[in-house]
Design a protein around this ligand. Structure first.
Ligand code: ADP
Length: 599
């Protein structure tokens, strides 16, 4: 179902302009179509009614025909009856004939059966017993049926009974004697039974005569109304014949429409046909169209409603598809935006990464340059220290040599020998200093070896003995009696120690009163050397940055901020640790922990 729906929706998406047009068309056309459908369905209903009316009409006509013809032959038979003839030609027992007629009519069931003489006087009648006296003795020479009979024809006439005041159909047959027509036999058929039968059918049925006067009908109030207004002459003639008594013969108040005749606010579908039985008679059936009208209205309304619903459905569908499309577009837009943003972020990140890599490479190059510079600086410092260390013994050497020469000139060999002894001692000391320089200049190797930590400390101390002495620093150092081998490499270990001592010296300054304590702490596997000074110490905000390359608090040109970072790297390469802390009594404590070499 949903698949079908979606497929339709896809189709509709393409047909949007068409859909919009369709909606407008539906909305605009709805009233017109509703009206047309109403009209059409009403016409259909009227057609059906008409058809039904025609069927009924045929039935009514048949019934009427039967009613009239049932008694038509009765006067024909009686006209040749000997008794009747005798009464009219030779005079006879009229009362006896009346009784005969009464008996006969009792069997037949007609309204009345009677005999007129040539003057139109009733000689005998079936209703002679009526309290009013029946027709006997009454003259009917004014009735057209009598005139017709006297002219030798069978007269037929429908009229309101002048005595009984009951409407009826009169049929008169001439009675012939030897010298022509001597009288007439008349049968009157009342139509009220027939009318009562029609009443039960629930529709208006009537028979009108040649003038359009309604004389048989199942609607008593319509009796003696006319289908159309009568001319004055016709009206006078009808009055004269007393056919319909004193009835005013007003026209039936019909409002004629294209399909409907409206009487007293009720619409009727009318069907009518001429009848063979009377002169110019017409049978009409009027069927109430209210039900048909209602049905038509209902159908029209239904059509209107369905059109409205269809319009609504189409509108809803089109809105839905519109909304879907909007949502899809919005989604696409968002996705595009995100993609774009992602691309931008990616590009920015790539650029950043490239920039960082470039910066890092630059930094590395700089670092290497600086490491090199630091090495050179350290070398410079050391050679300066050496020169300072060697200058003193050199000056002393010169003095001792000059003294020896003077003693030799004065021929005092013992004095010369003493001075030469001093010279030898001095050269030994100088050899020791240069030996250290030689050691420092030696190419460092990456392979670790056992290095004597005690000797390394002694070497560093002696290398900086000049500046330490100059700054008036008291050095506390109690070397253990035997060597302490640790894993490392002698030149670089010495570089670390020189750096630590130089930093302490810088921190304590030249003012004097500096105290430098070097203590050893031995564990089974490690040897820890603590270098403590009484300088300003290490504030807590300084500690985390101490071992970062280029971190320095010294004025520009003096410190490179590389010493500690290089030292830390060296110690780590030895498998050891270099840490810094604030000393318990102020000042800084640097702790160098190295792995011992097992003996
Ligand atoms: P530099 O000596 O060139 O500044 P270092 O890495 O050797 O570089 O030292 C970094 C910084 O650590 C020094 O600038 C100094 O502020 C601090 N520092 C190092 N040793 C000590 C010490 N013994 N007492 C106080 N501060 C020290």
């Amino acid at each position: 179902m949903t698949v079908l729906w979606r497929r339709l929706a896809v189709r509709w998406r393409g047909a949007r302009p068409f859909l919009t047009a369709l909606i407008y068309l539906l909305v605009l056309a709805a009233p017109w179509v509703g009206w047309r459908v109403l009209d059409w369905s009403q016409a259909q209903a009227y057609d059906r009614l008409e058809e039904q009316g025609r069927e009924h009409l045929a039935l009514y006509a048949q019934a009427l025909h039967a009613e009239i013809t049932t008694f038509r032959n009765v006067p024909l038979v009686l006209a040749s009856d000997a008794g009747v003839r005798a009464l009219l030609t030779a005079g006879g027992d009229a009362a006896a004939l009346s009784r005969r007629l009464e008996t006969l009519n009792g069997i037949l069931g007609a309204s009345a059966l009677y005999v007129l003489n040539r003057d139109g006087l009733t000689l005998a009648a079936s209703n002679w017993r009526d309290p009013s006296g029946g027709f006997v003795g009454r003259r009917f020479d004014f009735r057209p049926y009598f005139t017709a009979a006297m002219a030798g024809r069978v007269g037929q006439y429908f009229a309101l009974g002048s005595t009984s005041n009951r409407p009826g159909d009169y049929i008169a047959v001439p009675v012939r004697g030897p010298e022509g027509v001597v009288g007439a036999v008349v049968v009157k058929t009342a139509m009220d039974v027939l009318e009562r039968g029609w009443s039960s059918r629930g529709e208006r049925v009537f028979v009108s005569d040649g003038h359009g006067v309604i004389f048989i009908t199942n609607t008593p109030s319509w009796r003696y109304l006319t289908r159309a207004p009568l001319t004055a002459a016709t009206l006078a003639a009808i009055r004269a014949s007393r056919q319909y008594g004193d009835a005013p013969l007003h026209p039936l108040p019909v409002v004629a429409g294209s399909r409907l005749q409206t009487v007293d606010g009720v619409g009727y579908v009318t069907v009518s046909a001429p009848l063979a039985d009377g002169d110019g008679w017409r049978l009409s059936v009027m069927l109430d169209a209210a039900a048909a009208q209602a049905a038509g209205r209902q159908t029209g309304l239904l059509a209107l409603l369905s059109m409205g619903l269809a319009g609504l459905a189409v509108y809803y569908l089109s809105q839905r598809s519109l909304r879907r499309r909007r949502q899809t577009r919005e989604l696409e837009r968002r996705v595009a935006e995100r993609t774009h943003a992602l691309t931008r972020t990616n590009q920015r990140l790539e650029a950043e990464v490239a920039e960082r890599m470039r910066a890092e490479m630059e930094l590395r190059a700089k670092q290497q340059e600086l490491v090199q510079a630091a090495k050179l600086a350290a070398l410079g410092q050391m050679s300066a220290g050496m020169v300072h260390e060697l200058n003193q013994p050199l000056a002393a050497l010169r003095g001792f040599a000059e003294n020896a020469r003077t003693f030799l000139d004065q021929n005092r060999p013992q004095g010369a020998l003493d001075n030469l002894g001093e010279i030898v001692a001095l050269t030994e000391r100088m050899a020791r200093i240069t030996g250290q320089l030689k050691q420092f200049a030696r190419k460092s190797t990456d392979s670790l070896a056992a290095v004597d930590l005690v000797a390394a400390v002694e070497g560093a101390l002696s290398m900086l003995s000049g500046p330490l002495r100059a700054a008036g620093v008291a050095v506390a150092w109690a070397p253990p009696p035997q060597p302490l081998p640790v894993w490392g490499e002698d030149v670089r270990l010495q570089q670390v120690l020189v750096n630590l001592l130089r930093n302490a010296l810088d921190a304590m300054g030249e003012g004097g009163g500096g105290r430098l304590a070097l203590t050893l702490d031995l564990e089974r596997e490690t040897a820890t050397l603590a270098v403590a000074d009484n300088g300003p110490g290490l504030p807590p905000d300084l500690l985390p940055h101490l071992f970062e390359p280029f971190f320095t608090t010294k004025p520009a040109g003096e410190g490179l901020g590389l010493g500690l970072s290089i030292s830390e790297g060296i110690v780590r390469a030895f498998g050891g640790r270099l840490t810094a802390a604030q000393g318990a009594a102020g000042g800084a404590v640097f702790t160098l922990c190295l792995r011992r070499v097992e003996e």
